[in-house]
Design a binder for this molecule. Structure first.
Ligand code: LER
Ligand code: MN
Length: 275
């Protein structure tokens, strides 16, 4: 069985595939429904009231498997591959601040949108080189602190840098650090991978975190992804981490969260029964 979490962001977040409710209310609902964790999507980890956060996490018995960083790209343009030195530096130092928080909370740090997209001023090779350079610096900082970095292949409409599992494995080999793992997101995989299950098996041993969303990015169960087959592939790949729902909330938070859990639990039942 896999532990489950949901991505929760501040109500002001300009990203739609997250829960945007006041944190304490969101955690209360996740706890009541039976989630084991919460993935926190944060803008500035140094502005956080850590004591208060640790208090509510303890109150609702929730772990934090991962810290989601993409709002820093959406709101501020912080990007590892940016043509702007200032933006690249800001991305590296912000990711290091996330690593510091990850160390305290026992959470991995996601590099998804913060690798940036290809911008007009530079070539793809140059953008890629800068991304690798920034990633190496963040990973070496993370290694020293025992924190894991989760690199996420994203679909072609969100970036031109690393869209597929094959490309992510190639990047992993290039960066060459023990801190780096992959984050596979079923929404992106449904667009980019020829066969999602085969790609999961290919990434065996490298998968650090999973984002679940259905084909339309709504809750699992609201689209046409076969979660039984996906969870079976994750079982075969010996994946032990979280299934974290990064979904567009429809029709409302509680219903989306319940549908997520019901779909995943039903799929799990079938997968683990037959194993
Ligand atoms: C963006 O589409 C996404 O999947 C996020 O997890 C990236 O940070
Ligand atoms: Mn994702």
């Amino acid at each position: 069985m896999f532990k489950k979490s949901m991505v929760v962001a501040p109500p002001s977040a300009e990203f739609e595939a997250v829960v945007r409710e006041p944190l304490e209310e969101a955690l209360k609902v996740l706890h009541e429904l039976g989630f084991e964790g919460v993935e926190l999507s944060i803008l500035n980890p140094t502005r956080l009231n850590l004591k208060e956060l640790e208090g509510v996490l303890e109150e609702y018995g929730l772990e934090v498997p991962a810290l989601s960083t993409g709002l820093n790209y959406i709101h501020y343009g912080f990007s590892l591959s940016s043509p702007s030195l200032e933006k690249r530096k800001a991305a590296v130092s912000r990711l290091k601040e996330f690593v510091d928080l990850g160390e305290v909370l026992g959470a991995g740090v996601i590099v998804g949108l913060m690798r940036g997209r290809l911008e007009k001023e530079i070539s793809k090779d140059e953008a890629y080189r800068r991304m690798v350079e920034g990633l190496r610096e963040v990973c070496s900082y993370a290694e020293g602190r025992g924190v894991t970095i989760f690199f996420e292949p994203l679909n072609r409409y969100e970036t031109q840098l690393v869209n597929t599992v094959d490309e992510a494995i190639e990047l992993w080999e290039k960066v060459g650090t023990s801190a780096l793992y992959l984050l596979l997101d079923t929404f992106h995989m449904n667009i980019e991978e020829p066969v999602i299950e085969d790609s999961i098996i290919k990434a065996r041993g490298l998968i650090g975190h999973i984002h679940v969303a259905d084909s339309n990015r709504y809750a699992p169960g609201m689209g046409h992804i076969d979660f039984k087959s996906i969870l079976d592939a994750l079982r075969k790949a010996d994946y032990q981490g979280y299934l974290s729902a990064e979904i567009i909330i429809k029709p409302d938070f509680r219903t989306a969260a319940k549908t997520t859990l019901e779909t995943l639990k039903k799929a799990e039942k079938e997968v683990f029964k037959s194993s």
